[in-house]
Design a protein around this ligand. Structure first.
Ligand SMILES: N[C@@H](Cc1ccccc1)C(=O)O
Length: 503
């Protein structure tokens, strides 16, 4: 039998009746550990060697812990000083005890918080008491620290290790240790004698020019061998989803809108015929701006028409809200709670001048809401805003557009539920079935804009519009169950590394 040099070396260094670690094999053969590992796995594949793996956890003391091993845990030093000062009989002034303990700086706070936590005594209004029953010699954490310092960590209590870990006094790491043993086949082949195959690992430019490449034997690649995992940077899965949605909407004839994240309430709400006393407009739900608090100018004519729609409605039988409408309120700045502010800016002509039907616009931008955080809500989300302006639009156009859109992502189980928005009539909420939980989850809101909104903006044809949540689409398309795994501070990195957006 002929084998590459590294494999021969590993085979010869292995034993049939004793497990030897790869590190030991590497040392004995003078091979790099990764070369020895690769050879070992190749031999394992060939049935000549068996590779076994076990995981060990290793505990190391941090620098802070090393100091405590020398000087004692701060809370124990505090206890000693307290007992010395007679605090086991009656409470003693804190300053006196701390002074006597020799503790300084951060160590004082550390001592105080752990003292109370571990029941060494009460600390109350500047006085410290020491529990006469407490036994610092039996302190679990101190015992575990000493054991670790002496290399006898195996004897440390699990709970004590947990406490030390929480205090940042130890670092626990896991390592995989691989060992090899010869198999019967390996022994047989070794006894029969194994030749070293002169193989070449890499083609060089010299080999190419000399023509030697045609003569040599190349080492085979084992593409299934265990290799170190490389985790390079990648585009965030949600960003990939947004780009995919952009492609789909552009393919459906939509143009992209742009506009400010911080905007006047006028564009976010008033232009949408949202009454100023609407619950969503109270100070609790808005992320108001402190500085600047408000915009200076708004288009005067438009303000007049919007105000009049709010007060009196539009048309001969118009009904307004009969509630106050205040210009200062309209000028106040806030983070937009939906991207329908961009729609309002575009429909009014403010963004791109007056638009003639037909028109189709969209945006995939952040919107901000003071929601309670849970599996489906964060304080911000990406809204897929869209609208179509045309002479004659109906609910069927709206539904058809959604069906076509969601189909592109393999989502066919969607439902429409009648809804209410001050700015659309009729209005529909959209639901889609979650592939993992089987539940119908809300994925968007939509409708046909009311004349009370369109007339002041100067639009005299139909406009249908919607706001869909990119995150919800992502959940339906990928099966993700908790949005906090995807963005925010608690993301599931493993999920983000592995998840592919492929449609
Ligand atoms: N602004 C709505 C979405 C929507 C946009 C346009 C028309 C109808 C509904 C929301 O945030 O829920």
């Amino acid at each position: 039998m002929k084998l590459p040099q590294a494999q021969v070396a590993v085979l010869e260094a292995a034993s049939a009746d004793e497990q030897r670690t790869i590190d030991r094999i590497a040392e004995a053969t003078d091979l790099k550990p990764e070369t020895a590992t690769r050879a070992a796995f190749e031999l394992d594949d060939a049935g000549l060697l068996e590779v076994t793996e076990r995981t060990t956890s290793d505990v190391e003391l941090t620098e802070e812990a090393e100091r405590y091993v020398e000087a004692g845990l701060p809370e124990l030093r505090l206890y000693e000083a307290a007992v010395e000062a007679g605090a086991d009989e009656e409470p003693v002034g804190m300053g006196q005890v701390i002074g006597a303990s020799g503790l300084e700086g951060d160590a004082v706070d550390i001592a105080l918080s752990n003292y109370a936590r571990k029941g060494y005594g009460e600390i109350d209004s500047g006085e410290i008491a020491a529990d006469p029953e407490a036994d610092p010699d039996a302190d679990d954490e101190a015992t575990a620290l000493d054991a670790l310092a002496e290399g006898a960590g195996a004897y440390a209590r699990e709970t004590a290790l947990e406490d030390l870990d929480n205090r940042g006094l130890i670092e626990q790491t896991e390592t995989v240790i691989r060992s090899v043993t010869l198999t019967d086949d390996g022994v047989t082949e070794l006894m029969a004698g194994i030749e070293t195959a002169e193989t070449v690992g890499q083609v060089t430019s010299e080999m190419l020019t000399s023509g030697e490449w045609a003569e040599v034997e190349f080492a085979e690649y084992n593409v299934e061998a265990d290799a170190e995992r490389v985790v390079p940077g990648r585009k965030h899965a949600l960003r990939e989803m947004a780009e995919r949605v952009t492609d789909v909407l552009v393919g459906m004839g939509f143009q992209e809108m742009q506009g400010p994240h911080v905007d006047a309430d006028f564009w976010i709400n008033d232009c949408l015929f949202m009454p100023q006393d609407h619950p969503a407009r109270n100070h609790w739900d808005r992320f108001a701006l402190e500085s600047p608090e408000a915009i200076d100018e708004l288009p005067e004519d438009l303000v007049e028409r919007v105000e009049s729609a709010h007060r009196e409605g539009v048309g001969p039988d118009g009904e307004g809200y009969h509630s106050p409408w205040d210009l200062d309120f309209a000028k106040a700045l806030a983070l937009r709670g939906h991207t329908t502010s961009l729609t309002a800016r575009h429909l009014s002509g403010e963004a791109m001048g007056d638009l003639e039907p037909p028109q189709r616009f969209f945006s995939i931008e952040k919107a901000y809401r003071n929601d309670t955080l849970d599996a489906t809500h964060l304080l911000e989300f990406f809204q897929i805003e869209g609208w179509v302006m045309a002479e004659d639009l109906s609910v069927r156009d709206l539904m058809g557009t959604f069906t076509e859109f969601y189909e592109q992502f393999g989502i066919t189980d969607i439902e429409f539920k009648p809804h209410y928005n001050p700015y659309t009539e009729p209005s529909f909420e959209l639901f889609g079935r979650h592939p993992e939980t089987g539940e119908m989850i809300e994925i968007g809101n939509s409708g046909l804009f009311r004349p009370e909104m369109l007339e002041p903006l100067g639009v005299d044809c139909d406009v249908m519009a919607w706001g869909l949540a990119l995150e919800r689409l992502f959940m339906l398309a990928t099966g993700a169950e908790d949005i906090r795994d995807v963005h925010g501070t608690l993301v599931d990195l493993e999920f983000l590394r592995e998840e592919e957006v492929t449609y």
